[in-house]
Write a protein that binds this ligand. Structure first.
Ligand SMILES: Cc1ncc(COP(=O)(O)O)c(C=O)c1O
Length: 395
């Protein structure tokens, strides 16, 4: 099918939940994709921070093929070898105690919210059920994760939302303290806010959240669905801050493009769940966990993470050297950078796409840079050439 035909059929048959760009990529290799009409694009959004190893990595392909010939799905009624291996890896890398697997970021956060409530319930502290999260956060599209998300536009029309979610101001510890009360169970935060505009937490802010949680017997939940899995230059973004949460949630990059989510918790927090408390039919299935094992093996190598840091500095340098009066700031960590402009960026992103560079916004005024973690100097130069040319044509 051509781009046009795919789009026409899509408009007729696919539910209208996304504002989509008018192309249909059908093939990918490394950092490049091709649409149905054969046009090539340099993909610098990587499926929105998902394709950490680019498209169709041969090592992941091999694992999928081998596992597809062995066992796809069996059920969590039984022990699943690649799931157990992945849990061991994530536990050892994270410094936490136990892993639960699911299929998406929203589901991982939903699990974390349920675990926080059940943990206090088991201790007969049923009054502790509130979660403090943050303005401009994004935690997913299920009803509870929408309630946790601190952006009104995602709440509109879905009332009544589940109770027990309060929103403090990000990087403002006094605003957190003012919301603490006898019902507080947990604080949930993205160490680097993604959808809300690429806002890294201030190091002292995360340290103070840790202190507040330890002093008040609360659980600290880090949502690393977007900023985790090597994107920050460390496996977990919290390792760049030297602050350990009680629970961390993952998805996006974990499967290198294969759908999988995870919640990893300290042994203490994980003790909140007993058999029957939480489950997911597909969660941790052999195929997804086999791919995630390979992805985690690759992205956790010191040389890989050093290269992410090197490319992060290179990209940051390039973005900071752009001479355009409309740029307000360049910020972020690792290969999760944002360029904020003093106007909306939709049109700029469209121009980049027409010129063969795929990018995405974060909030109305920020261009988000979350490319595959394998970008090369040559790909970086090509992206910057297109971006600076697009800026010249952007009104
Ligand atoms: C920080 C964060 N949490 C949760 C989610 C939801 O993940 P999913 O779309 O896999 O449910 C996202 C998605 O963008 C995210 O960026």
């Amino acid at each position: 099918m051509s781009n046009q035909l795919i789009i026409e059929k899509g408009q007729q048959y696919v539910m209208n939940t996304y504002g989509r760009f008018p192309i249909a990529p059908v093939k990918g290799q490394g950092c490049y994709v091709w649409d149905a009409d054969g046009k090539e694009y340099l993909d610098f959004l990587g499926g929105i921070a998902v394709c950490v190893l680019g498209h169709c990595d041969p090592r992941l392909q091999k694992v999928i093929q081998e596992q597809a010939a062995r066992l796809w799905h069996i059920s969590n009624l039984y022990w699943i070898e690649p799931q157990v291996e992945l849990a061991e890896k994530l536990v050892k890398l994270s410094g936490l105690g136990k892993a639960f697997f699911c299929n998406s970021g929203a589901e991982a956060n939903e699990a974390a919210i349920k675990l926080a409530r059940k943990y206090f319930y088991r201790q007969q502290q049923t009054e502790k059920y509130q979660i403090i999260s943050f303005k401009d956060s994004f935690h997913g599209r299920t009803l509870s994760t929408v309630a946790a998300t601190g952006q009104e536009k995602y709440h509109e029309g879905f009332a009544p939302l589940p109770e027990g979610f309060l929103h403090a101001r990000f990087n403002d510890i006094d605003s957190v303290k003012s919301l603490l009360n006898e019902h507080t169970a947990a604080i949930m935060v993205e160490p680097i806010q993604g959808e809300g505009g690429i806002h890294p937490a201030a190091p002292e802010f995360l340290k103070e959240l840790r202190l507040i949680c330890s002093q008040n017997d609360l659980l600290l939940i880090f949502d690393e669905v977007q900023c985790g899995m090597g994107r920050s230059g460390e496996v977990f973004a919290y390792q760049t801050y030297d602050v350990l949460p009680d629970i961390v949630t993952l998805a996006k990059g974990l499967g290198g493009g294969f759908p999988i989510g995870a919640m990893v918790a300290s042994d203490r927090a994980a003790s909140g769940f007993a058999p029957g408390d939480h489950a997911s039919t597909f969660g941790g299935n052999p195929l997804a966990t086999a791919v995630a094992n390979q992805t985690v093996d690759i992205i956790s190598r010191p040389a890989f993470l050093e290269q992410v840091q090197r490319m992060s500095h290179a990209l940051q340098r390039e973005l900071e050297s752009i001479n355009d009066q409309r740029i307000v700031s360049v910020r972020g960590r690792g290969l999760m950078l944002g360029v904020e402009f003093n106007q909306q960026v939709n049109e700029l992103i469209k121009i980049c796409m027409e010129k063969g560079l795929l990018l995405i916004g974060a909030g109305a005024n920020v261009v988000r840079w979350v490319p595959p973690l394998i970008i090369t100097d040559q790909e970086l130069r090509q992206a910057m050439a297109i971006f600076t040319q697009a800026l010249k044509e952007w009104k």
